[in-house]
Design a protein around this ligand. Structure first.
Ligand code: PEP
Ligand code: MG
Length: 569
């Protein structure tokens, strides 16, 4: 069926591809989670202390094991394992378990009851906090298996290379993955922004998420061919053909590993490749890649657990770590995009019926302008303290701008502080009104994640709607084209900083539409640069035309592939 992301056609299952690469290997299912116990018999009063000790030892063992794995991992993977170990030691959770044991419940049941309570609390909080429920279920299951002396749920022991199948992967499982053995990942649930996807990107393992229940038919030991770019799982692949596709994919990966910037098409049309970062450490990581600067610094991610607004000096310190990682290059700082899926305690609205359509991004500043001016002061201070000048410009942009009035209001405040002023184009209204908005600004950057969500009226967090929240949707591409055309008319640089910029094939379309810069996770940049180096600008323009003219996202991808393949014959 055209344009529907999940499903099965001729034994080829389909999900959302989040890390590209073709692999052919035996499927293996993750070791199942333990059966959850019922309340069971009451533990006699005199045995309750021993029961508590049994729990303490099990929890200790699980936490120690996770920390050991963390010590052997790197970067975000190490952080994820440490954070999961931290949850086993969470005082609130442990207290809730102890209460159950004290009340006469067996340790196993007390763990279930305490976790259920915390899961409801996390779900009620919504957003990124709700996403942590996977971690909670994970520690529950590990501790229960330990208490029963059962095999630890999660990654099975395997001999040769396999493709791991799971309903969902816990962050701890993904982080501990040995990528020499687990050469691909397929999950029924999850989404492009889930933990599984983030770690898979970091590990660079081909990964497909949100396949739907169809993958349940795949048996451990069955050979499958997966394509992480297309999101397909082929159960009927011809072995020889599959091996050839894998060899091609590995050869391409080697080419990507060797790619050196700056990015340009085969005939020398330059596109700036920039990194999306969220703090000093991701900025330093980006500085070690071919990134020419930072195209999106998501400042709100620095303050997700801050209950009080940090002072100007404290904020300046945080921002200067990112600026210092690129002392001689452009850095685009985004003002707080709090609210909706990124609740910042000191800046978010309490209860809204529709948080994605609510007071988020720049809208928060309407009722609390000081919050914004203090942030701009802090950005200006960080830039001044580092002596950043014309060669290392500090650009600032506002999220969720919808009107020309908002653009002007924000730009005036930036310029009063000597900052270069821009706005994100992520609300369809902003694209449609680009001719009124751009004259107030020095640059714009298209946020394709939200632009897609709002254009398609589809929640970006919903796995069921992944086929709609796809930046290949021609409706989204037409808004991008309109923005680029107006950018050329007003001589306003247009960048793209949503996930679309990380898709090498889509990068050719965006380049053809006239985008000047592409900003994505730094690990994704080499694949984009290598793809651009293989096409000329004219092909990019043809690819853009083909995508704009397609009936849907699937057809757009196919049409662009055809345009590019035709030039390679
Ligand atoms: C976007 O919406 O595309 C974007 C880059 O911002 P965020 O993903 O942080 O909402
Ligand atoms: Mg956005």
């Amino acid at each position: 069926m055209a344009d529907v992301n999940q499903g099965t056609v001729n034994d080829v299952l389909k999900g959302t591809g989040v890390v590209g690469g073709v692999r052919y290997a035996s499927a293996v299912w993750i070791t199942p989670r333990p059966e959850l116990p019922q309340a069971g018999e009451v533990v006699a009063e005199e045995n309750r202390e021993a029961e508590q000790q049994r729990f303490d030892i099990a929890a200790e063992t699980v936490s120690k094991r996770l920390l050991e794995r963390s010590a052997h991992a790197e970067g975000p993977a190490a952080e994820v394992l440490k954070a999961t170990a931290g949850m086993v030691n969470d005082r609130g959770w442990r207290k809730a378990v102890a209460k159950g044991v004290k009340g006469g419940h067996p340790a196993e049941y007390s763990v279930v009851a305490a976790t259920t309570k915390f899961i409801s609390m996390f779900e009620a909080a919504g957003g990124v906090i709700a996403e942590r429920t996977t971690d909670l279920r994970d520690i529950r299951d590990r501790v229960i298996a330990e208490l029963r002396g059962e095999e630890e749920p999660g990654l099975p022991d395997v001999e040769g290379q396999v493709i791991l199948f799971a309903d969902d992967l816990s962050p701890a499982d993904t982080a501990a993955l040995d990528t020499d053995l687990f050469v691909g990942l397929v999950t029924e649930l999850g989404g492009p922004t889930s933990h599984t996807a983030i770690i898979a990107r970091q590990l660079n393992v081909p990964c497909i998420v949100a396949t739907g229940a169809g993958i349940k038919d795949v048996k451990s030991g069955e050979k499958v061919l997966i394509d992480g770019a297309l999101g397909t799982i082929d159960r009927n692949a011809d072995e020889a053909e599959a091996m050839k596709l894998v060899a091609d994919s590995l050869e391409k990966a080697a080419r990507i590993a060797e790619w050196k910037g700056p990015a340009q098409t085969k005939d020398g049309h330059r596109v700036q490749l920039l990194a999306n970062v969220q703090d000093g450490s991701t900025a330093v990581q980006a500085a070690n890649t071919e990134a020419e600067g930072v195209g999106l610094f998501r400042t709100e991610l620095c303050f997700l657990s801050a209950t009080q607004e940090p002072s100007v000096d404290e904020q300046a310190e945080v921002y200067s770590k990112v600026l210092a990682a690129f002392p001689e290059s452009k850095v685009v700082v985004r003002s707080l995009d709090a609210g909706s899926d990124k609740p910042v305690p000191f800046a978010s609205m309490a209860d809204e019926m529709n948080p994605a359509l609510g007071v988020r991004g720049l809208r928060i500043a309407r009722g609390n302008v000081d919050l914004l001016t203090r942030q701009l002061d802090a950005i200006a201070k960080a830039a001044d303290d580092l002596g950043r000048g014309e060669e290392a410009p500090t650009w600032v942009m506002a999220p969720m701008v919808a009107t020309a009035y908002e653009a002007k209001w924000f730009a005036d405040m930036c310029r009063e502080r000597g900052l270069v002023a821009g706005a994100m184009i992520e609300v369809p209204a902003a694209s449609l009104m680009a001719d009124k908005i751009m004259p107030h600004l020095d640059f714009v950057s298209i946020g394709t994640n939200d632009l897609t969500q709002y254009t398609m009226a589809a929640d970006r967090m919903s796995p069921e709607l992944a086929y709609l929240t796809d930046p290949w949707q021609p409706a989204v591409l037409r808004l991008i084209k309109h923005t680029c055309d107006e950018g050329q008319r007003f001589d306003t640089p247009v960048g793209v900083c949503g996930e679309a910029a990380a898709d090498p094939l889509l990068a050719t379309v965006l380049t053809g539409l006239g985008v000047n810069s592409l900003s994505a996770a730094s690990t994704a940049l080499a694949a984009v640069g290598a793809q651009l180096a293989e096409v000329d600008f004219e092909t990019c323009k043809k690819a853009a035309e083909a995508a704009l003219d397609a009936e849907g996202a699937t057809e757009a991808r196919a049409a662009v592939r055809e345009v590019i393949e035709a030039t390679q014959k």
